[in-house]
Design a protein around this ligand. Structure first.
Ligand code: ZN
Ligand code: ZN
Ligand code: ZN
Ligand code: ZN
Length: 800
């Protein structure tokens, strides 16, 4: 997904393997990115371009005017089955393939408004009604939609407008010669009923104001650090010959404190699975729901009512404004390149958008300035000293240690680090660490893209400013300006491996009927955050990063003392994998050997199996020790087992649990419980009490009992699961937060008021740190609390 599609990748790697040795050596030993780019670009042949063109052409990114009818019918089918979310997405797909001002597009919008109405999303339902009318919704169908509009307005408490719509509708019906159809009778009956409701509601006093919500406004940074933009004053930027740049606390920081709040300099929505065209013969058109169907292409906001780009079928937005801004910023260039960008991968796409956002003059200015500073050699030297490591030493550098002579890379002339293109450009590409064939793949892909820009999109170069003429050779077939652009893009592509940030969002899974919410993080987009990129890695970090649309928020998860480094985890976290696996992952992706506290202390300790993965003796219940042959930790017991034996026992158990989960999903609750109780007994015989598998079984049991309405039993089992989660992830981890949230839901449903309140409190404390006050979980916890305390509830969309 990040890198080019497999077909293109293997094609280019094959091409590499066929190159003469001397050419391979020239590229491998090239010292600068411009040399790599120049050498590689001379090797792109017409037949390579043909391959790329074929691959790009296999994605459905253009509008297909035959598709709307298909999608509308599929949507109607889902609508009949009361699957309103799926129906809305299918209508959206119909919209994105329609011509403007046609019956096709107006019908898709109108049908989507009906689905949104059933989902209680009245505001956007009204917008869709307006859109349907704008695109020429047929006169004969108007009354039905006007009634829907009146119902929406009524539900939103906009009674005056509801009244107006009702009287318009009455006039409309009076003017048309009465069709005696049954549907008309139903319409009039509903209308009469609605009219009465409106009149009743008008007599009621004003609803209670939602004062509670105000208390939970999003926290802001307030004052900003003088040295680093988008960071709190408690954060300062230092450099260290060994560690490179790092963020250090200038005062004691408490858990939950907001440290960085930064908007992505660039973000590209992950396309999700975009199946190539003619993938299956069943249907030409894809009906699956992807990230791109549910989120704004620009601001990443979740929405069911997307508006499509008028030039392509893949870019969809939350609003007209986002569409306009995206078009002006980058999509005007990208629009026709959809298939090519999908083939070349997300990193290439991010690299292009970075340079588009930076604007032509900025790319040139920065490149030129750096050339002046460093001589004509290359854009930037690869400072060998600036290898990212995460040595955990007490930073002594504070205000006193600041020296004017040290210019920290990425800072402006005043020594301030801003979240801008200059900072992005200064992130390390680690050119010398990437494999030569990888550099070849990136350079060839970027060059192919540049050639498309040269021919296809004159917009790129028409920025109005005459870019400064750069000395030096131009790449064959490209003007000198585009060569600079290409080398900048290549630099970005190589930077992304270490600096790209996955923008994630919490997705709530579980069937509509289940009371307990299961959450998991899903990747929404890939972004670049220059300030967040300053954080070094630790396998046991002291911060947590969360996202709201394109903004990243970094909060402290534990106390950070003045002078200590602020650290976050690049992925391999202590509680998720062993030290060897972590080190291997960090080495291959980030090019450094981790020596964080967690890695250090685990090295010292004998490599004892963590409890969440440990076996225990079936005779005396003591934990087993050893590698291939495990013996009971209790010396007098003398029991021993081969690991293979235990592992295959665990696999059997896994299968039994999977069976139980299937029963659970199908609603065979009693049977599921019986099966799970059997599994638990089996688990207890050979797994540690804190084993992840034990936790999973307890969690499923809790879910099954909750579905039966047996809150007490459900809570007991969830408390067991909670202990396992705590043992593995720690008491203030996000995993713990989600588990506490589930427990709160169960206790709330069981009206166990004091227990529920105390659990809500605990869940809030943990989740606030990780997710911030605006997260869905926190909002829901607030609602539960106010409900339990018999306060007026925060309105959550009225049900009629
Ligand atoms: Zn948007
Ligand atoms: Zn487009
Ligand atoms: Zn580590
Ligand atoms: Zn034993």
């Amino acid at each position: 997904m990040d890198l080019p599609s497999d077909e293109w990748k293997y094609y280019v790697l094959h091409k590499w393997s066929l190159l003469p040795k001397t050419t391979q050596v020239t590229i491998s030993t090239a010292e600068t990115l411009s040399d790599i780019f120049l050498h590689t670009s001379s090797l792109l042949q017409p037949k390579d371009e043909m391959v790329l063109k074929r691959l790009s052409g296999s994605y459905l990114v253009k509008k297909d005017y035959d598709a709307p009818l298909f999608y509308r019918e599929e949507g109607n089918r889902k609508f009949q089955e009361k699957e309103y979310t799926d129906a809305a997405v299918l209508y959206s797909k119909g919209v994105s393939h329609s011509r403007p001002n046609t019956e096709d597009i107006s019908l898709c919008y109108a049908n989507r408004s009906a689905a949104l109405f059933h989902l209680g999303q009245y505001e956007i339902c009204l917008k869709d009604i307006t859109r349907a009318q704008m695109h020429g919704y047929p006169e004969r169908l108007q009354p039905k939609m006007m009634l829907r509009k009146a119902e929406c307005l009524f539900s939103l408490g906009r009674l005056q407008e509801a009244n107006q719509t009702i009287s318009d509708l009455e006039n409309n019906l009076a003017a048309t010669p009465a069709p005696a159809a049954a549907s008309c009778h139903i319409l009039q009956k509903t209308l009469r009923h609605l009219k009465m409701q409106v009149q009743d509601k008008e007599k009621l006093p004003e609803p209670f104001p939602a004062a509670l919500t105000e208390a939970f406004e999003e926290m802001d940074l307030g004052e900003e650090s003088k040295q680093v933009s988008n960071a709190a004053p408690s954060v300062s930027l230092c450099t260290d010959p060994l560690k490179g740049r790092c963020l250090v606390a200038t005062k004691d920081i408490l858990p939950g404190e907001l440290l960085v709040k930064e908007n992505a300099f660039v973000s590209v929505l992950d396309p999700g699975e975009m199946p190539p065209l003619h993938h299956s013969l069943e249907s030409k058109w894809d009906t699956r729901v992807t990230t791109g169907d549910l989120h704004c292409h620009r601001c990443l906001k979740h929405t069911l009512a997307t508006v499509p780009c008028s030039g392509c079928s893949y870019a969809k937005y939350c609003s007209q404004e986002c569409m306009q801004q995206a078009w002006e910023g980058y999509h005007g260039t990208e629009c026709s390149l959809g298939g090519l960008l999908l083939t070349l991968g997300v990193f290439c796409h991010v690299a292009l958008r970075l340079t588009l956002l930076a604007r032509f003059e900025d790319v040139h200015k920065i490149v030129r300035r750096l050339r002046d500073e460093i001589g004509n050699k290359d854009f930037l030297p690869e400072n060998k000293n600036l290898v990212k490591t995460s040595n955990y030493s007490q930073g002594e550098s504070e205000e006193s240690g600041k020296s004017d002579e040290i210019l920290i890379p990425g800072c402006d002339v005043n020594g301030k680090y801003e979240s801008n293109y200059n900072a992005v450009f200064n992130l390390l590409p680690h050119t010398e660490n990437h494999r030569p064939e990888h550099k070849f793949l990136c350079a060839l892909s970027v060059f192919a893209l540049c050639k498309q820009l040269d021919t296809g999109s004159p917009r790129v170069l028409s920025t109005g400013l005459t870019p400064p003429k750069l000395k030096g050779a131009a790449t064959p077939g490209l003007c000198a300006d585009l060569t600079v652009w290409g080398v900048a893009m290549l630099r970005h592509m190589l930077q992304l491996q270490c600096n790209a940030q996955a923008i994630t969002s919490m997705q709530h899974t579980g069937s509509k009927e289940s009371i307990i919410t299961n959450s998991r993080q899903v990747r929404l987009a890939t972004g670049i955050f220059p300030v967040v990129s300053l954080l070094n890695h630790s396998c046991s970090p002291n911060t947590s990063v969360s996202f709201t649309s394109t903004a990243a928020t970094v909060r402290a998860t534990q106390q950070i003392r003045r002078g200590q480094e602020i650290l976050h985890c690049y992925g391999p976290q202590e509680s998720r994998m062993g030290v060897a696996e972590r080190r291997q992952k960090l080495r291959s992706q980030y090019f450094f050997d981790c020596s964080c506290v967690a890695c250090h202390s685990q090295e010292l300790r004998a490599a004892a199996e963590p409890k969440w993965n440990a076996f225990r003796c079936n005779k005396c219940r003591t934990l087993m020790q050893g590698d291939d042959v495990l013996s009971c930790g209790n010396r007098s017991c003398m029991k021993f087992f081969h690991r293979d034996q235990l592992v295959s026992h665990l696999q059997d158990l896994q299968q039994q649990v999977a069976l139980a989960q299937k029963l659970l999903r199908n609603g065979n609750l009693e049977q599921a419980i019986l099966q799970l109780l059997g599994c638990r007994q089996d688990a207890e015989s050979f797994l540690s009490a804190e084993h992840t598998m034990v936790g999973a079984i307890e969690d499923d049991l809790a879910q099954a009992y909750a579905a039966l309405g047996d809150w007490q039993r459900s809570a007991t089992h969830l408390q067991n699961s909670l202990q396992v989660v705590e043992a593995r992830y720690g008491p203030s981890s996000i995993e713990m937060g989600h588990e506490l949230f589930k427990l709160a839901q169960i206790l709330f449903n069981g009206f166990a008021v004091p227990e529920a309140l105390s659990t809500i409190e605990k869940a809030e404390t943990v989740l606030l740190v990780h997710c911030g006050p605006q997260s869905d979980e926190i909002q829901e916890l607030q609602e539960m609390k106010s409900c339990l305390l018999d306060l007026p509830p925060i309105p959550v969309g009225p049900l009629v």
